[in-house]
Write a protein that binds this ligand. Structure first.
Ligand SMILES: C[S@@+](CC[C@H](N)C(=O)[O-])C[C@H]1O[C@@H](n2cnc3c(N)ncnc32)[C@H](O)[C@@H]1O
Length: 253
């Protein structure tokens, strides 16, 4: 199972903060460029949090996600947006869009067997062709070091209505991250149901992604975090092996 109903719901309720801060950042970048209206395409849109902020601001949003449970949640969260179930590598990119996004390491997941640097490079070219001059390709990505210096991280999250444990292991060559996730969800009979997911991520060096993006015709800037996330959470320090990419199609907006 990949972002099945339980994990999709947990992600939406407990881990949606990143999509909110990314959406705020996107809104300010678009405002700076005078791109106050138009189409935004959100790849790996998850539960529709970014889409909701953008439709509320008057943009026309389409989203694509490979998880049917995420798409179902997205349709509830952002009823004015249009969502498609399928791989981001096949997503339709309408000509003249003002922004394309992929938030929450969506480009890193190996769910689609085509995932990898070549597929990202081809996608970057399609995105460049679709964007208006001054338009933005905003995404975040995981790179080597994502599981810290020990190449292994163990996390545990507990709320009243679920617990989630995750063991993330980075391969020796630092090209792959395996996340073994186990959730316990209480049922009506006070017994817990166990749900397991295994996510595989391909890890991309900043330089590799920068060359793929520059080759597609973009001007590229890397930042350590969405600025609104740093402003809101005093304890938040940049995550190891994780970065945000602002890629701009050159030309007057
Ligand atoms: C960590 S979640 C982030 C969701 C959302 N962007 C957010 O920030 O809340 C990663 C998302 O990428 C989606 N995903 C992974 N691989 C994908 C692919 N090849 N095509 C489309 N969606 C994909 C997952 O289903 C999941 O919804």
């Amino acid at each position: 199972m990949f972002y099945g109903p339980d994990q999709a719901g947990i992600h939406h309720r407990a881990f949606g903060g990143l999509a909110s801060t990314a959406a705020q950042h996107l809104r300010s970048l678009l405002a700076e460029r005078g791109l106050d209206a138009g189409v935004v395409v959100d790849l790996g849109c998850g539960s529709g949090i970014l889409a909701r902020t953008l439709t509320d601001a008057g943009y026309e949003v389409t989203g694509a996600d490979i998880s049917p449970d995420m798409v179902a949640l997205a349709r509830e969260t952002a009823p004015l947006a249009r969502f498609v179930e399928g791989s981001l590598f096949d997503a339709e990119l309408p000509p003249g869009c003002v922004a394309v996004t992929a938030i929450g390491e969506a480009l890193n997941y190996g769910t689609d067997p085509r995932a990898g640097l070549d597929a990202v490079a081809r996608l970057a070219t399609r995105i460049h062709d679709a964007l208006v001059p001054g338009g933005l390709w905003l995404f975040d990505a995981a790179g080597p070091g994502r599981a810290g210096p020990a190449q292994r991280v163990v996390q545990f999250h507990r709320r009243d209505d679920w617990c989630l444990g995750m063991v993330a292991t980075e391969s020796e060559d630092r090209r792959r991250l395996d996340r073994e996730i186990t959730m316990f969800i209480p049922g009506d009979d006070e017994r817990y149901r166990r749900v397991d997911e295994h996510h595989v991520l391909r890890l991309y060096e900043r330089g590799e992604l920068a060359s793929a993006t520059v080759r597609a015709g973009f001007e590229v800037e890397f930042i350590d975090d969405y600025p609104q996330a740093t402003a809101q959470a005093t304890e938040r320090t940049p995550l190891p092996g994780w970065y945000v990419v602002e890629a701009t199609k050159p030309g007057p907006a």
